[in-house]
Design a binder for this molecule. Structure first.
Ligand code: FE2
Length: 462
């Protein structure tokens, strides 16, 4: 897990040219990058907050330190950075700092990417991170930031191509090389290359069995292939390995809990939810997972009203975020499911009225897909199932654009199916069966699909 942290000269041997004169800052940058790729606040190292403070104590003007810190802020969906004047001012100061003659071209490009991301132009940032990787293939920060951004943008091919393009450079002597294989595993899985994904993930786990991103990639494969028993068994046996990776463990708990929903074992699903995903355990960072988990149970007519209250409480201060569509969709699920209709109305108003600064990209996705998804969530809450189908049917093949992974977006597929089953229109009910037939063909061993087919058959024959 640990290697000799790299000073300025050591970074250079991997093609990374850092301008800071402080070897201590360079080493702490390495420590931070290592914690990021491991998804772990490593207490033995001090955790990210402490090591970041120490990094700036060693060099307050450390360009890549500021890039690291702001890159994480841009891709942590906890606030609307476009409306955060102090953050925008800090980015301006970073840009000024990057004009110094000593700043290297690699660092200047990273600052440009941060500038783009801070304006909400994540596509522009991804273009720059790609330019960086063409010149500097051993830059795992550019690789990781572009992966996060492409995940939020719903750019599935780009979850694979950047890492596939640099993987050959990551020989066993390069620090963190196992984590690049696990990134490759996830990219392969999202692009439906399941066998190859498992091979890459196993390669990562052979290097480091606590690599949570590798275990997570395998979890996705089992979800997509309907291998729920295999997934349950694996996460049960390996929890002690990946659960210490605090920046992602809650999401692996989500995959694990979803397997139990699939089986119809709601008690086990809820037990795992309370252990690893519940807001009391994971906080707002897990909002996508807590909302998605409870919403799936709701689609199976399981009453979760008590649980929704806790999720609403952590969403309450995020009703004007509107930075990532995928995040907003889950916040809206929480507001509606907690019966906070007035706040839900205010939320959709601030999302669509222009009263809160949002990026051009957010507005584009809102117009093309997001608005219809949000209206469908409201219609489902109001019991207007036919309207849900009319809203979602035209965009069913565009849902990827709201961001997230295939497994996470599946809650929207399920919403469409369940609404179509509940719709009074005969054509909608047949459409539900049509979608279920496809689901059965794609994922043969899915108890959830079988339950829905049974419900659908009862409905259509009555
Ligand atoms: Fe996942």
């Amino acid at each position: 897990m640990y290697y000799q942290w790299r000073d300025k000269q050591a970074w250079k041997t991997f093609g990374i040219d850092i301008s800071s004169p402080s070897d201590e800052a360079c080493k702490l940058f390495d420590i931070n990058v290592n914690q990021l790729v491991r998804f772990c606040n490593d207490e033995a190292l001090g955790g990210l907050t402490t090591t970041t403070t120490k990094m700036f104590e060693a060099d307050p003007d450390f360009i890549m330190g500021h890039v690291f810190q702001k890159g994480l802020a841009i891709l942590s969906p906890n606030q609307n950075l476009l409306g955060n004047t102090s953050f925008q001012e800090e980015v301006k100061q970073l840009k000024e700092l990057s004009k110094a003659a000593t700043v290297t071209p690699w660092e200047a490009l990273h600052v440009d990417a941060i500038e783009c991301g801070a304006k909400g132009d994540l596509l522009g940032a991804c273009k720059i991170w790609q330019d960086i990787l063409v010149e500097t293939p051993l830059d795992i920060l550019a690789l990781k930031l572009s992966q996060f951004a492409n995940y939020y943008l719903g750019k599935t091919p780009q979850l694979l191509h950047p890492v596939g393009s640099v993987l050959c450079h990551w020989t066993p002597s390069v620090p963190n090389h196992g984590y690049v294989h696990s990134m490759m595993a996830f990219g392969l899985e999202e692009n439906n290359m399941y066998e190859e994904a498992v091979k890459e993930a196993d390669q990562s786990l052979a290097i480091n069995k606590i690599d949570i991103w590798a275990s997570h990639a395998k979890g996705h494969v089992w979800e997509m292939q309907g291998e729920f028993e295999k997934g349950i068994d694996y996460f049960d046996k390996t929890e002690k390995d990946w659960s210490s990776c605090d920046m992602l463990a809650y999401h692996v708990y989500w995959h694990w809990a979803v397997y139990h929903i699939e089986k119809g074992d709601y008690a086990s699903a809820m037990e795992i939810y309370k252990r690893g995903i519940h807001p009391d355990v994971a906080g707002f960072i897990a909002i996508k997972d807590s909302a998605s988990f409870l919403y799936r149970l709701g689609l199976e007519d399981i009453d979760c009203s008590k649980e929704w209250k806790a999720v609403f409480d952590v969403c309450r201060s995020h009703t004007e975020d509107h930075f990532f569509m995928f995040q907003d969709i889950h916040i809206l699920m929480a507001l509606l499911s907690a019966d906070e209709m007035k706040i839900a109305q205010e939320f959709t108003h601030s999302m669509t009225s222009g009263s809160v600064p949002t990026s051009k990209y957010f507005l584009k996705i809102l117009e093309e897909v997001g608005k219809a998804v949000c209206e469908a969530l409201v219609a489902y809450k109001e019991g207007d199932y036919a309207e849900v189908v009319e809203l979602l049917m035209p965009i069913q093949f565009q849902l990827r654009e709201v961001g997230g992974s295939n497994a996470q977006r599946d809650v929207l597929n399920l919403l469409l199916i369940v609404a179509a089953m509940k719709s009074p229109r005969e054509h909608h009910q047949k459409f539900a069966r049509y979608l279920l037939n496809e689901r059965k063909a794609m994922r043969k061993n899915s108890p959830l699909t079988d339950r829905l087919i049974l419900r659908s058959s009862v409905k259509t024959t009555n």
